[in-house]
Design a protein around this ligand. Structure first.
Ligand SMILES: NC(=O)c1ccc[n+]([C@@H]2O[C@H](COP(=O)([O-])OP(=O)(O)OC[C@H]3O[C@@H](n4cnc5c(N)ncnc54)[C@H](OP(=O)(O)O)[C@@H]3O)[C@@H](O)[C@H]2O)c1
Length: 352
């Protein structure tokens, strides 16, 4: 009881300080920011508990995918490096889309089958760069079996990309959405009935408090960096579901999945107070990047998932996703808006 009173006291005190510091803002924005701040702590705590409870499920036996082609975004650091390591170990040829190809090649020097990697420049903040990357990939590899949309950023000041997109939305969602569109013809060639090609979107449990700001997706009216991350990760989850459905309806041998890798000790947290104040806590309580990669590799390879396209995966089982993400009308609306933003006719999405 006294613990509950003390907690209520701390939360109320923190909210009062927050209001005082931000009192120049309209009340509705302060309340929304507070709601996101609290809900994100809840989503993070839920994610940590999920990781501890389900740690034993994080196992993967890598198959021999000899000669198959995988495209991965952001493999030079963090979880992506471990995903690349796993794909190479499975004898795949890996094409990494990274901002610094030389850093990726350096990482690969110490990996098993490291010679099977090619790194091309990719900046997801730029649709032009995404297009150039896709062209380079397709010139050399007209058939692809796997696309892992892993790269991501979290938090930071408001910034619009050269295409006019809020940066977290651009890197996490729109860049990958456009890349998926451009690579789908090659993925369709790579998949077969019973062994579909796969698109794996690396999303997050942070999608949970999120919603899509359909009328102001670039958050020009009011920017809350936490809401922007939640929106971007939610958009990746919803896109995986909708694209999967679309491909199923057209009978294409490509499946879409969304994965939360766990709460992982990486540079992603560099803009958080948590990392600044308690970096040692991350080492103790968070997953290592290698453990974070397991659920992603599970989505890439697990045979039983063939019949479960559109699944949201956490710790190698179905994860808990928010109700907003499950509504088909929201998914469809986001798909149409995303097509419009990246300049693709929705009827031509994923078609050569
Ligand atoms: N860590 C977690 O607890 C956690 C939890 C849930 C979901 N995730 C998701 O997992 C994914 C990987 O994150 P991480 O934890 O490994 O983070 P990280 O260590 O910060 O790595 C992020 C990667 O994204 C790349 N990237 C960032 N901006 C880019 C851009 N504009 N163009 C191309 N690549 C870009 C980075 O490349 P550079 O080296 O060039 O910067 C880096 O390779 C992200 O999608 C993240 O949202 C992570």
């Amino acid at each position: 009881m006294s613990l509950a009173i003390a907690s209520a006291f701390i939360v109320t005190g923190a909210a009062a300080i927050y209001w005082y510091v931000n009192r120049h803002k309209p009340l509705k924005h302060i309340l929304s920011e507070l709601r996101y701040a609290l809900d994100m702590q809840g989503a993070g705590a839920g994610g940590l508990i999920d990781d501890w409870v389900n740690v034993w499920r994080n196992k993967i036996v890598l198959p021999d995918a000899n000669g198959k082609i995988a495209v991965v975004t952001g493999g030079a650091r963090g979880i992506g490096t471990e995903v690349v390591r796993g794909l190479l170990k499975s004898n795949m040829i890996v094409i990494a889309g990274v901002r610094k190809p030389e850093a990726m090649m350096k990482q690969a020097e110490n990996m098993e089958n490291g010679k099977n990697i090619v790194a091309f420049p990719l900046d997801l903040q730029s649709l032009k760069s995404v297009k150039e990357f896709a062209q380079k990939v397709l010139e050399k590899y007209p058939t692809i079996h796997l696309l892992v949309n892993n790269a991501g950023i979290m938090y930071g000041d408001y910034h619009l990309t050269e295409d006019g997109f809020e940066s977290q939305l651009a890197v996490n969602h729109l860049g990958h959405f456009y890349l998926t569109h451009l690579l789908l013809p090659a993925l369709k060639k790579g998949g077969t009935t019973g062994e579909s090609a796969r698109v794996v979107n690396v999303t997050s449990c942070a999608h949970y408090p999120g919603k899509i700001y359909f009328d102001d997706i670039n958050m020009k009216e009011h920017y809350d960096t936490t809401a922007a991350y939640a929106q971007a990760k939610l958009a990746q989850l919803m896109s995986a579901r909708y694209i999967n459905l679309m491909l199923e309806e057209e009978g294409s041998p490509v499946k879409g999945y969304a994965v939360h890798p766990g709460i992982v000790d990486t540079d992603l947290f560099e803009k958080t107070m948590f990392k600044k104040a308690f970096p040692w806590l991350m080492k103790v309580f968070f997953k290592t990047p290698a453990k974070g990669a397991v659920s992603i590799l599970h989505a890439c390879f697990e045979k039983d998932l063939e019949k479960r396209g559109g699944l949201y995966i956490s710790n190698c089982v179905e994860g808990i996703s928010n109700s907003f993400s499950k509504k088909l009308e929201h998914q469809e609306r986001l798909f149409e808006l995303s097509c419009q933003l990246v300049g693709v006719d929705k009827a031509s999405f994923g078609k050569a």
